[in-house]
Design a binder for this molecule. Structure first.
Ligand SMILES: C[S@@+](CC[C@H](N)C(=O)[O-])C[C@H]1O[C@@H](n2cnc3c(N)ncnc32)[C@H](O)[C@@H]1O
Ligand code: SF4
Length: 506
């Protein structure tokens, strides 16, 4: 027997086990629940000297990720690198960010590059005051060159943004706000520990304010798996989504981190249980069917754009059939054809260069994945001393780059074989025949003359299993890198801990 995703019956007996949450390697027919975001995973100590010792590429267009590790309210199960906002630290941090931008602008490797997109994430970047946002964003605009149709996104909660901050964003060219709504139901927000900060009503008011002020793109995040979430409440959230001015939308699996306040609240019965894996899967499936049948465009299995706008089409945005046999008219959006989705296209689709600014940020330059110093104090010291704060990372040789283009590229549901050939000089099917044949036999992937495409709905359900199929031997069974793993590796190589010393010099 199979369920609606085509998964084997054994799937039905699996229920959510919180102690199992960090599990990061599951083999088909078990669904892998670790969200693949970065590749490669085998990071080790890395210095900026090593990163730029031999210049292998000369990018013309790049993206940036800038991390703001502050929140005004810290949620009860937050996996991100963040601290409670502290004014003096924020001031020092902004100065360090500006100094870091200058370090990069002097780096020969980035001479003459243009930024097609940027992303300010966190934490909550809009915890900065309006004048701080104006100062930082104005600085970025003066020191980085942008393409004409760039997109710069900033993350926010519904309450850490007001008219003055919106004015500062618009005045400095930020044209996309990504807002953590999670759900419009107040009891569920309480179970997430967010109700002190915002309600469904305040989220609606903020979306309306952004829209009224002419914010071009508004994205909201929802979560599936919240304590007490039912199919009915989820259906109501989907209905709300389709009735408000939101250009794109992302959904995340709520992870209850062992040892967190949320973990104890669920385990002790203070909050209702989270939906089981089976219930959460059904919510995903409901969302997919509901949005695709209303002409929403799939970017990934958990990111969607609103139905095609005439102005997007006029600028060359292209779609593809989610079901190549045409049995349903569902469409996906080719992220690389729309500036709104450039960041995703650059980082996962083209596997292009991305500069990481800030503490605990990830980037990719000169064929190196790298992470910056996750400790804020040490990050500030490093930048003040005139050094780029890259501390960990991994070099990707041509084999790893071929793997990477599928590990990350297939997250966008479809990889063009001709674009892959242009980038790597080899056809992906010819290079990975055995792995691809196996995925096809399992009903997870289809291969046509032009593309490798993830099947709907089964392949979507197993998207991270598919992605991990293309991990190299050196990365097999490794977890995704995180700022915590960077912290551990970083500690191991610190001279005061009696380990090998690293000479991090420019
Ligand atoms: C960095 S936050 C976005 C901005 C802001 N900090 C917020 O939370 O609203 C990115 C998103 O991660 C998701 N998230 C937060 N906690 C999570 C958890 N425990 N498990 C899965 N996703 C989570 C939420 O959907 C959140 O909007
Ligand atoms: S606001 Fe966002 S980043 Fe901050 S603690 Fe909550 S989930 Fe984490």
């Amino acid at each position: 027997m199979t369920d609606q995703t085509g998964a084997a019956a054994s799937q039905e007996t699996i229920t959510r086990n919180f102690l199992d949450t960090p599990s990061f390697w599951r083999q088909y027919p078990d669904r892998d629940i670790e969200f693949v975001r970065w590749y490669p995973c085998n990071i080790g100590p890395l210095t900026p000297d090593q990163m730029f010792a031999t210049v292998e590429t000369r990018p013309r267009t790049v993206s940036f990720y800038l991390h703001i590790p502050f929140c005004n309210q810290v949620c009860t199960s937050c996996p991100y690198n963040k601290l409670h906002t502290r004014n003096t630290l924020v001031t020092d941090y902004i100065e360090a960010l500006k100094a870091e931008v200058l370090l990069y602008s002097r780096l020969g490797y980035l001479d003459g590059v243009t930024f097609s997109s940027g992303y300010l994430g966190g934490g909550t970047p809009t915890t900065l005051r309006a004048e701080q946002l104006d100062d930082l964003l104005g600085f970025l605009r003066r020191h980085l060159t942008f393409t004409d149709d760039y997109t710069v996104t900033i993350e926010s909660t519904p309450v850490d943004i007001d008219q003055r901050k919106i004015d500062a964003l618009l005045a400095n060219g930020v044209n996309r706000v990504s807002m953590g709504v999670q759900t419009f139901h107040d009891p569920l927000l309480r179970y997430l520990g967010r109700a002190r900060a915002h309600t469904g009503e305040s989220a609606l008011r903020t979306i309306e304010l952004l829209d009224r002020n002419g914010m071009e793109n508004i994205c909201i995040d929802y979560m599936i798996g919240i304590p007490g979430q039912t199919p009915e409440l989820w259906a109501a959230d989907i209905e709300t989504l389709t009735s408000i001015p939101v250009t794109s939308f992302s959904v995340y699996n709520y992870a209850v981190l062992p040892g967190s306040e949320a973990f104890f609240a669920v385990q002790s019965g203070i909050t209702p249980p989270c939906p089981s894996t089976k219930e959460a899967d059904a919510m995903y499936h409901y969302m997919h069917e509901e949005l695709l049948s209303r002409n929403y465009l799939a970017l990934t299995y958990n990111d969607f754009a609103e139905p095609m706008r005439p102005e997007w089409e006029a600028k060359g945005a292209q779609t593809f059939p989610v079901l190549p046999d045409g049995s349903k008219p569902y469409r996906g959006l080719r992220a690389e054809t729309l500036s709104l989705t450039d960041h995703l296209a650059q980082v996962w689709g083209r596997c292009g260069d991305m500069v990481a600014f800030g503490s605990g940020a990830y980037g990719y330059l000169n064929n190196h994945l790298y992470c910056t110093e996750p400790d804020i104090g040490r990050y500030i010291e490093t930048v003040r001393a005139g050094r780029i704060p890259a501390v960990m990372g991994a070099y990707t040789d041509e084999h790893e780059r071929r793997c990477r283009s599928l590990v990350l590229g297939l997250k966008l549901l479809r990889v063009s074989r001709s674009e892959y050939r242009a980038r790597h000089g080899v056809d992906p099917y010819a290079y990975f025949t055995e792995k691809i044949d196996d995925l096809v036999a399992k009903g997870l992937l289809t291969v046509t003359e032009d593309t490798l495409q993830v099947t709907y709905p089964k392949g979507w359900h197993y998207i991270d299993n598919i992605s991990k199929t293309f991990y190299s031997e050196a990365n097999h069974r490794l977890p995704q890198p995180s700022s915590a793993s960077t912290e551990i590796l970083n500690w191991q190589v610190r001279p005061e801990n009696g380990r090998r010393s690293l000479n991090i010099v420019q």
